[in-house]
Design a protein around this ligand. Structure first.
Ligand code: COA
Length: 175
């Protein structure tokens, strides 16, 4: 095992701070998204990465956006939307980690932060997290506990007082 590498990864992880994004972060967010989603912005049905970065800060439109910061530099972004469906849904629209910071637990840390935020915000309500995942990234989401439910869509249910009952029911049914 390469010990130097492991030490560097450990120090990176402990140096990461996850915070809500604000307007001064627009450029940094756009940089991470542009690098992570190559090709023309039009392909992703957006006007430009700067425009999209501004858009995902609109909490009045239901956006929930967190960034991962390493020594003052934005190295990760997670942007989701709260949809007011019967069972509240939080749909992850973008998740990206700067190339040189991947596979160090930052994507998972962003997702875990969102999960904690949902648990605090929705208290004992059940919330469904959904997203559309490319085939090559589905295993990343599987590791976070999401499962496929058709045509690239994945979901995970969190919270809710019925969780225990549901789980024992699932166990009885052998699922
Ligand atoms: C997908 C992405 C956000 C993952 O971020 P990351 O910080 O590298 O992920 P983490 O290090 O937190 O990985 C968590 C776990 O998932 C695994 N994992 C990460 N990326 C993976 C991938 N592409 N395929 C399979 N497993 C993956 C890790 O090995 C780790 O597993 P472990 O807990 O057993 O060690 C990042 O690769 C990225 O920005 N990709 C480009 C943008 C993108 O494709 N976004 C998703 C669009 S659907």
């Amino acid at each position: 095992m390469n010990e130097a590498c492991t030490e560097e990864e450990d120090s990176t992880q402990s140096d990461i701070e996850i915070v809500p994004a604000i307007s001064k972060d627009i450029e940094g967010i756009a940089t991470v998204l542009r690098e992570s989603f190559p090709g023309k912005a039009k392909y992703y049905k957006i006007r430009s990465w700067e425009h999209e970065s501004k858009k995902i800060l609109r909490s009045d439109k239901g956006w929930i956006t967190f960034i991962a910061v390493h020594q003052g530099r934005i190295v990760g972004v997670l942007a989701a939307r709260h949809l007011k469906t019967v069972t509240p849904t939080v749909r992850i629209e973008w998740i990206a980690v700067a190339k040189s910071f991947r596979r160090r637990g930052i994507g998972k840390a962003l997702f875990d932060h969102l999960t904690r935020w949902i648990t605090t915000t929705f208290f004992d309500q059940q919330v469904r997290i959904t997203l559309r995942a490319r085939t090559d990234v589905q295993n990343f989401y599987r590791k976070l506990g999401l499962r496929c439910y058709g045509r690239g869509w994945m979901k995970k249910r969190i919270g809710g007082q019925n969780d225990e009952l549901d789980q024992s029911g699932a166990a009885r049914n052998g699922k």
